[in-house]
Design a protein around this ligand. Structure first.
Ligand SMILES: *Cc1c(COP(=O)(O)O)cnc(C)c1O
Length: 468
């Protein structure tokens, strides 16, 4: 890599008067932008030749780690491979060049895509109808809770303003309930990580007539199947509440079980997790919401048009290319891969919740705590070996959480390579802890000060220059 170019900002590469592009002739005649709308000073733009620009951005792109570069076992995020055919379909000009306001008779194909996807999602979840409008998982949660709130209000039952959320829930669950104007009560988990049904009974005895819904993630954020769902569902329904399924973890359920059959009334799906569309850095995503028959009348308008259409196109392509039989292998293979890694490493990493997991599991750091090597050190050392780090310090239930989710896509060779490196790091922690504690050594940037990075991010060139 060219170190002179590499790491510089495009502004620092700028040479006064250098040109890489000339503007095409104005096709609209000599229209003058009114003086009042023109800038008073020259725009501060970098001046570079084409080749400098190409090298700069090519080198920058090589700094990025994505699932196309290597193994990305980021627990809770389902960073699965986005097959290239998804991109081809989403890029078809017949879809990508559509304008949302063009006459309805010219957009029949896109509408058919939406209808096909809705039908597939119903079949895979056992629910009756889906809205494709929500832009993300959290947006789906909010949409689903709005459905539930409207449902209760439509029956004149205005007292139902409480949402039960397990203490293991993803942070977005209580946040969505709060944004929806509902109050949250937390239900505790048992030592095995699943919902404490006795604690739930107490909550329902105390607050029954105020319960709007219970939100459950299944498998939960610890990667565990909530075995008590049949009992929980009966209790909540008997109290008059509805059951909400946070389907962000639907991946291991594909082909194994359906939320609709388990008694859930409303759910969201993260197309960007379960159905392979690329995500990270905040988007783009899609969080379709499915409901039991009768509730579709309460779907709110949460976005204009049909949601993130290109994401929907990719998800539909993924489902159709897998086909009816192969889609049923997704859950079992994701589960097999996670359990295989867990069993191969649990003699050197601390496994706080033993037993069968679903698509992901958690280690509580290294088993040998005497080395002083933390989960952060392990995560940083993994970068030296070319692996994206697992999710670290989440969930908060353990001090040294290291959450691993391999997805169904990875080959046995890739997974074995990861296991070997994790074992190697555990060995280094004993024999050469300083090497691990000072990692990464092979990345363009070493350890960043993540407090400073969060509290005082430098996000523009001007800020960088001002700070210098
Ligand atoms: C990822 C995730 C969410 C939130 O989804 P976004 O698309 O990031 O808003 C909600 N719940 C669980 C369990 C998740 O893993």
């Amino acid at each position: 890599m060219n170190n002179k170019l590499y790491g510089n900002l495009i502004f620092e590469l700028s040479q006064e008067g250098r040109r890489g592009y000339s503007l095409p002739k104005n096709r609209f005649g000599n229209y003058e932008v009114p003086a009042s709308m023109r800038r008073k000073e020259e725009a501060q733009l970098p001046e570079c030749d084409e080749m400098t620009v190409v090298r700069h951005y090519t080198n920058l792109s090589a700094n990025n780690f994505g699932v196309d570069n290597g193994f990305y076992p980021l627990g809770s995020c389902t960073m699965k491979y986005n097959p290239k055919i998804n991109e081809e379909m989403a890029a078809l000009p017949q879809f990508s060049a559509l304008h949302p306001l063009q006459p309805a008779e010219t957009t029949k194909g896109a509408e058919a895509v939406c209808a096909m996807l809705q039908k597939q999602l119903c079949a895979l979840t056992g629910l009756h109808a889906f809205t494709l409008k929500p832009f993300a998982g959290a947006h789906g949660e909010l949409t689903g809770l709005m459905v539930i709130k409207k449902y209760h209000e439509s029956r004149g039952d205005m007292a139902r303003r409480l949402v039960i959320v397990p203490d293991s829930a993803h942070g977005t669950n209580p946040a969505s309930a709060a944004v929806c104007g509902l109050d949250i009560i937390e239900v505790k988990s048992l030592a095995d990580g699943t919902v404490d049904v006795d604690a739930l009974k107490e909550l329902l005895a105390q607050h029954g007539p105020e319960i709007a819904a219970m939100m459950m993630t299944n498998p939960n954020t610890l990667g565990l199947f909530e075995k008590q769902i049949p009992a929980i569902e009966k209790l909540v329904h008997a109290a008059g509440g509805l059951m909400y399924y946070d389907g962000a973890n639907l991946n291991p359920m594909l082909g194994a079980a359906r939320p609709g059959d388990m008694g859930f009334d409303v759910m969201h799906i993260n197309l960007h997790k379960t159905f392979s569309t690329p995500h990270g850095g905040g988007g783009p995503g899609a969080g379709p919401v499915g409901v039991r028959k009768g509730l579709e009348a309460f779907f709110p308008m949460v976005s204009p048009f049909h949601g993130n259409f290109a994401v929907e196109m990719r998800a539909l392509t993924y489902i159709l290319t897998l086909g009816r039989e192969n889609v049923k292998l997704v859950g079992p293979l994701a589960t097999l891969n996670a359990n295989y890694i867990k069993e191969c490493l649990k003699d050197v990493y601390e496994l706080p919740i033993d037993g069968l997991c679903k698509h992901e599991f958690i280690f509580d750091g290294l088993k040998d705590k005497s080395t002083g090597v933390t989960t952060m050190d392990v995560a940083k050392r993994l970068l030296d070996y070319g692996y994206h780090a697992p999710t670290i310090y989440f969930p908060l239930l353990f001090h040294e959480s290291l959450m691993i989710e391999p997805t169904e896509n990875e080959s046995k060779e890739t997974i074995d390579g990861f296991i070997a490196v994790m074992r190697q790091i555990a060995e280094e922690a004993k024999t050469n802890p300083d090497e691990v504690k000072s990692a990464p050594h092979c990345t363009p940037i070493g350890r960043v000060d993540d407090v400073l990075a969060a509290k005082h991010p430098i996000v523009t060139w001007r800020q960088l220059v001002a700070d210098k």
